[in-house]
Ligand binder design. Sequence first.
Ligand code: URA
Length: 232
Amino acid sequence: MKYPCRLDKYLSKAKLISRSDAKKLIKSNRLKVNQQLAKNAQLAIKQDDSVFLDDQLLSLQEHCYFMLNKPSGYLSTEAEANHPSALSLITELSNPLHSAGRLDVDTTGLLLLTNDGQWSHRVTSPRANKFKQYRVDLADAIGEQELQQLRDGLMLRGEDKPTKPALVEYINATQIVLQISEGRYHQVKRMLAAVGNKVVGLHREKIGDIGIDASLKPGEYRALRAEEISCF
Ligand code: URA
């Protein structure tokens, strides 16, 4: 951030909100700069100024972190001809965000988005060895033998190393909750194909200790909390 900077810009960066929302907050007389009520969005903020919102001292967080409930039909990468990018759902910031890990276009659920490359590297690094949890809807009923194969690890077509042991919870004949600690290409779909089944619905619920917020409808997002960011 370059100083001096306008109060509305400072506020939008500190609270990860849009400039227009920042202006509204300033108009509602909730800002103080160095103990003085600040009503002017253009007020120049210097590096050693203290900016308070409702008596809470603000600080600038240059990195931002979000969880998104990815809807089906969106790519977790850049947009392509037929599909928009999930990144376009985060409307408030001009910061270039990227996703920490990928989901297929038809997979829904937890997608982590950030502009902190080191953090996303830690999220996706195989060395982190964190489980990712998926709710999986299946075309055909699954039996105990197939569940055991998923748990033990199995060979995927075209690969020479078996998958690492997975955690599998049986929900009903056509739904399981699967936790895997790797991130191979289309891994869940290929694991189920390897036991002769087919995935018809895939929803990511958790990455490590970060679970999707149940209040987020498809397409909605929220900033991660400090304790979630520090999971990685
Ligand atoms: N495994 C898949 O097959 N697809 C996803 O989107 C995520 C994991």
